[in-house]
Design a protein around this ligand. Structure first.
Ligand SMILES: [Ca+2]
Length: 119
């Protein structure tokens, strides 16, 4: 967990760090149920519509992974999914945390690693 947070703080630029803070409080294991058929997973709170919850609920699964992949310590597939969603939604609008808290943030989060992860 600490390694993950340190990685995020050092190597995700402004918007990814802000989104992760408001979506999950940097908790890579966070699972929040939104409704009977919808839940959000992991540090970026990826919605079950975008993954496979493996409980028979039909989803779009645009990211092509089981939702359980988004609550493990390996964030590479989480970042890959977020980048996919940013392309699909043409921005960060898929994230309530971003929309509600981050869209006007410009300088209060570290961005030293530039666009290494989020292009
Ligand atoms: Ca993962």
């Amino acid at each position: 967990m600490m390694h993950t947070v340190a990685f995020l703080l050092l190597c995700l630029p402004v918007m990814g760090v802000c989104m992760a803070q408001y979506e999950s409080g940097f908790n890579t294991r966070a699972v929040n149920r939104n409704s009977a058929t919808s839940a959000s997973y992991g540090i970026f709170q990826i919605n079950s519509w975008n993954c496979d919850p493996q409980d028979g609920t039909p989803t779009n699964n645009g990211c092509g992974h089981p939702c359980s992949d988004y609550v493990d310590p390996d964030l590479s597939d989480d970042v890959e999914c977020i980048n996919h969603l940013r392309r699909e939604y043409n921005g960060w609008g898929f994230s309530d945390g971003y929309t509600n808290h981050c869209q006007h943030v410009t300088s209060s989060y570290l961005s030293d690693c530039g666009s290494i992860i989020f292009g």
